[in-house]
Design a protein around this ligand. Structure first.
Ligand code: BGC
Length: 726
């Protein structure tokens, strides 16, 4: 062969080889890979990657060796494997996993390190199951205790939610598993979730509802975000131009993919132009109906392809979506550093238990009449017959709840936990029944059976010298469950009456509640000890007994306010328009005064304030000292056991040109102290954190002036204050 031709051929071959390598080369800059891949894709291939190809996957480009995205719920563990295109279980035998505690429990730990532990462990399970994207975590704000999905979120305060969600995402994504942050945005109730239009001021939207999402984008660089079902300004949030293109992508610089909630897409034109990048669904019309060609009939499938081919929507709109999907694929499915992961490892159970133990909140621990010490931790030498009462002592709380339901390998129930520790001393009475966990249905309960269960519990209570009541909410429809809100602030199944009657029989009674939401506690005066446990996952029984036995000193604090009565929640004074809405329109009339911000403005005493939680030891705070832009307080363990205290920094502005809450959480630190030990807990005041979203300017604003600092053990603790001029 002629030398010239050979050189030319070699050059051509090398160019092809170089070209071929760019998008597949993990060392090449991401944007080059994305561009290169797009340049090789046909319009049809581009369309294929921006919508579902099964219930939980979206396509890759097999011709080019670009992998599909395997997604799954989320957020407390990997969901059971379902059939390719139905909602029925695939009946695998190797998809049993660890259920981690609910995200409200994680928030209640106020422990950023445990959030890292959580994100790492749960993503290892996702990786091992071959998943690229975990559908979670969620940071919708707990505006109402009625919200059926609050257990999947991180409480009522945007700062706390932001601080806790960031380490979770960072740890998961470091393992090559992308998070899909839920549900962007204003999906704060399940009543009318597919249609409710949320009316909220720009200020509340930015300060309260968007804030944790912003943190996840800016500080954790979250790979994907799920659009919510509800509408904002009449447009569905899965393709809401203002919120997605305007805020998320332009203002915050989000470069990943906006994934629709399943069936949250309702219109091709809006989906195409409103920022949606991957359309996922339950059925072709999203919710109920299936067409012959199913996925080809999705809004972002053939109907969109047609608009592109007709030139009605420019290719650049499609290419932007494809770029976002490709980035996600390269970051996860084709990430050579993606871990192999593991499933049901002992390390995961340990993580589960550690998070549970630190999330449990001790709300009351008095001395029963004539006793010298508090009821908790339990002194087993004192009791011969310990009666455990309540449905939640044995009910699986990992089943039910909607999409977060989990199929676990092993769960330790509270009753098993107590039996392991206290052996034959333990007896059990169900006390009440709650029926099965059925999605979207209410299981009828036979009143005669209910009465018999109660009678049995009261009878056994007479023989016992200690009662541990284990109740609360559960994952049934209209308890803590997706697609329906609670119907009452009171606990169901006659629990309040039962506790009161048990307490009348036996003064040594400990109430242990599960649930993702607050509830009324009319029996509070009658019971000396009360713990709230959220949902603790697979290790529930162990985490619980470790706390009640004193092996672990409780250190959780509430991420949400417990009101004395339902009417006290800040939005309640505005009637149904404020919740659950009228004619599918809801108005957030309490504005920024959500949770403790509202209780303080209304001067209403909560039952248990935000940030509150007791310990088996006590802590003393010194007078705070301000120096430059820092403030410090000395905290001493004044009790007799080692314990952890969460020191909270709330900040309020003395005089401000616009209305502001009296104080807001701006930082916190969790410190461990031995008996008698003192530690200095210092905070640097971050001006950025003190900004508010000015209604006048329509922008975040820092205002110079005098700020009041509260170094506090809860939002209601105002005994250690200082001021700082900034
Ligand atoms: C839920 C999502 C979930 C999806 C897939 C939807 O109904 O709102 O949170 O990820 O289903 O199961």
């Amino acid at each position: 062969m002629n030398k010239k031709i050979l050189t030319a051929l070699l050059f051509a071959a090398s160019t092809v080889a170089t070209q071929a390598q760019v998008y597949l080369d993990p060392q090449a800059p991401l944007e080059n890979r994305v561009k290169d891949a797009i340049s090789r894709m046909t319009t049809h291939e581009k369309i294929q990657v921006i919508h579902a190809q099964s219930k939980f996957t979206s396509a890759g480009v097999p011709r080019l060796g670009i992998r599909q995205l395997n997604m799954d719920d989320g957020p407390h563990g990997v969901r059971e494997e379902l059939e390719w295109n139905t909602w029925s279980p695939a009946k695998w035998t190797n998809d049993y996993i660890v259920a981690f505690p609910s995200l409200t429990c994680l928030a209640a730990t106020w422990n950023r390190d445990l959030s890292t532990v959580y994100g790492n462990a749960v993503s290892e399970e996702f990786a091992f199951r071959g998943k690229d994207i975990m559908l979670g975590p969620g940071v919708n704000i707990q505006r109402t205790p009625m919200n059926g999905r609050a257990f999947e979120y991180m409480g009522e305060d945007p700062y706390l939610a932001g601080e806790i969600v960031v380490p979770y995402i960072k740890a998961a994504q470091a393992n090559g598993v992308g998070c899909c942050l839920k549900h962007y945005v204003l999906n704060d109730q399940e009543t009318d979730r597919f249609a409710v239009d949320v009316n909220v001021s720009d200020r509340a939207l930015n300060e309260i509802y968007l804030y944790p999402f912003k943190k996840a984008v800016e500080d954790a660089h979250v790979y994907t975000i799920m659009g919510s079902y509800n509408t904002y300004k009449g447009v569905h949030c899965c393709h809401n131009d203002e919120l997605i293109n305007g805020v998320l992508k332009k203002q915050w610089g989000f470069d990943g993919a906006l994934i629709s909630d399943w069936g949250g897409t309702t219109n091709t034109w809006e989906a195409a132009n409103g920022g949606l990048d991957i359309e996922m669904g339950s059925y072709t019309d999203g919710k109920l109906k299936e067409s012959e060609y199913t996925y080809d009939d999705y809004y972002l499938a053939k109907p969109f392809e047609k608009l592109i081919e007709e030139g009605k929507i420019p290719m650049s709109v499609l290419d932007d979506k494809v770029a976002r999907v490709l980035r996600t694929i390269f970051r996860t499915a084709m990430n050579p550093k993606k871990v192999i992961g593991s499933q049901c490892s002992e390390a995961h159970y340990d993580a589960c238990r550690a998070i549970g133990e630190e999330g449990i909140v001790l709300l009351k621990n008095d001395k029963p009449k004539k006793e010298k010490s508090a009821l908790l931790p339990i002194d087993p030498a004192k009791y011969q017959k310990i009666l455990v009462v309540g449905d939640n002592a044995t009910k699986s709380l990992t089943l039910g709840g909607g999409s977060s339901e989990l199929k676990t390998l092993r769960d330790i129930s509270p009753l098993e936990g107590f039996k392991t520790l206290y052996g034959d001393k333990v007896d059990y009475a169900q006390g009440y029944m709650s029926g099965r966990a059925i999605y979207d249905q209410v299981d009828p309960i036979d009143p005669a059976k209910q009465a018999a269960l109660k009678a049995e519990a009261l009878e056994k209570a007479r023989q016992a010298d200690l009662i541990i009541f284990v109740g609360g909410l559960n994952k049934n429809h209209r308890q803590d469950c997706e697609n329906g809100d609670r119907e009452s602030y009171d606990l169901s199944y006659g629990q309040n009456e039962l506790i009161a009657e048990l307490a009348a029989i036996q003064k040594n009674i400990i109430v242990v509640m599960f649930g993702g939401n607050p509830y009324s506690t009319p029996w509070l005066e009658q019971v000396p000890a009360f713990l709230h446990c959220w949902y603790l996952g697979s290790e529930a029984g162990k985490a619980l007994v470790n706390v009640v036995s004193g092996k672990v000193c409780p250190s959780g604090k509430l991420p949400v306010t417990f009101a004395k009565k339902y009417e006290d929640y800040p939005y309640m004074k505005y009637g149904k328009e404020a919740y659950p809405g009228v004619d599918k329109k809801v108005y957030y009339k309490e504005d920024i005064y959500v949770g403790y911000r509202g209780f303080e403005a209304d001067k209403v005493q909560p039952q248990f304030p935000f940030g509150f939680g007791l310990s088996y030891t006590t802590f003393k705070y010194s007078k705070p000292v301000v120096s430059g832009n820092t403030v410090a307080v000395e905290v001493t363990n004044t009790g007799s056991v080692e314990g952890k205290e969460i020191v909270q920094l709330y900040v309020g502005m003395e005089k401000c040109s616009e209305d502001r809450p009296k104080k807001e959480l701006k930082d916190f630190k969790k410190v461990s102290l031995k008996p008698g030990e003192t530690k200095t807990v210092g905070f640097t005041i971050n001006r950025d954190n003190l900004k508010f979203f000015s209604t006048k300017d329509g922008a975040w604003k820092f205002e110079p002036g005098t700020y009041r600092l509260y170094l506090a053990s809860s939002s209601a603790d105002e005994s250690h204050q200082a001021t700082i001029d900034l």
